[in-house]
Ligand binder design. Structure first.
Ligand SMILES: O=C(O)CCC(=O)C(=O)O
Ligand SMILES: [Fe+2]
Length: 310
């Protein structure tokens, strides 16, 4: 896989089509290995997942997100959670004027999406709920599959059940306007995610950049309806005892079209602890057990080593 010395590195692309996903088959095991390699080397990868290819769903999802962001600022500000930038409406920020985003708590459940929709549209919005729920379920399925494969690849499959039962998902909808000038403009500042894992999806407009371990920035092309980006967050970095680094990433806007994207952030309800099996001489313990949901209350500048470093 390695990319050292390569001036134009690309993220690994992994195929998650149905035939690779039967646990116990050879292709399942080889995909598990590639998941671990990609996470350890880049902290993220592009997943090809053919269930995303449904044209009606794509149109419905991105049409719904456009409808939401086309609303007046005052309406969008009804979704404010003080001190929680991941859940709140963020927009009109002088440092990142192209950026707008909103969070949906419990974003893979009908109740979570409906309660969000009620805040924005007092009469509700059935179409919006239907498409966003369908998308969120699909992204959740991909996340669960990736988690299972990752645990398998470390010989820790028994951790999967606990993961499955304790994940809380936050869905974030994002819009990045095209810059007014010809030069590319920052859409979203460089940061790492606070999640365990993040699943990203976008319309046909690229803009995401991910930093490699050597400090190079990779342009990520995931403009196909069947492409998703799977990214390690700070909690996975801590769980893996620094075998996996949560990558720095940002959005750089070019061209003249709005970029709509969705981020599904997986959080662990309760305490995350480095498994005993991942502590050895080469990898002495780096993190104390920590409360993952409490990280949600921190801003993007929260630093894992300061929060729970040994
Ligand atoms: O829009 C994207 O692709 C990335 C968004 C992102 O990094 C985030 O919301 O944390
Ligand atoms: Fe992010």
């Amino acid at each position: 896989m390695g990319c050292e010395g390569n001036d134009n590195p690309k993220l690994p692309v992994l195929d998650f089509s149905i035939e690779n996903m039967k646990p116990g088959t050879n292709s399942w095991f080889s995909t598990c290995k590639r998941v671990r390699q990609a996470f350890e080397e880049y902290g993220c990868f592009v997943a090809m997942y053919d269930k995303g290819g449904d044209e009606v769903l794509q149109k419905g999802v991105f049409g719904s997100i456009k409808e939401l962001f086309d609303l007046p600022t005052q309406t969008k500000q009804r979704n404010i959670y003080e001190g929680m930038p991941l859940k709140s409406y963020v927009g009109q920020h002088p440092k990142i004027p192209l950026h707008e985003s909103m969070g949906i708590d419990e974003g893979t459940t009908l109740e979570g999406i409906q309660s969000f929709a009620k805040k924005i549209w007092p009469m509700g919005n059935d179409q919006f709920c239907k498409y966003i729920l369908e998308y969120a379920k699909l992204a959740e399925e991909l996340d669960q599959m990736v988690a299972k494969m990752l645990f398998e690849s470390y010989g820790l499959l028994e951790h999967y059940e606990a993961y499955q039962g304790s994940t809380k998902y936050l869905l974030r909808l994002l819009a990045h306007k095209a810059p007014e000038q010809v030069e590319p403009q920052l859409g979203f500042v460089a940061h790492t995610d606070k999640s365990f894992t993040t699943i990203l999806h976008q319309n046909h407009v690229n803009g995401l950049m991910v930093e490699t371990k050597n400090g190079k920035w990779i342009d990520v092309d995931f403009s196909s309806p069947t492409s998703f980006v799977v990214m390690a967050g700070d909690a996975l970095m801590a769980w893996s005892n620094d075998r996996i680094q949560s990558p720095n990433h940002k959005v750089l806007m070019n061209g003249n079209e709005t970029r709509y994207s969705l981020g599904l952030f997986a959080f662990h309800k309760g305490i995350v602890k480095v498994p005993q099996e991942l502590i050895d001489e080469e990898h002495p313990l780096q993190y104390k057990p920590f409360d993952h949901l409490a990280l949600l209350n921190f801003t993007y500048s929260a630093n894992m080593k300061a929060y729970c470093g040994v």
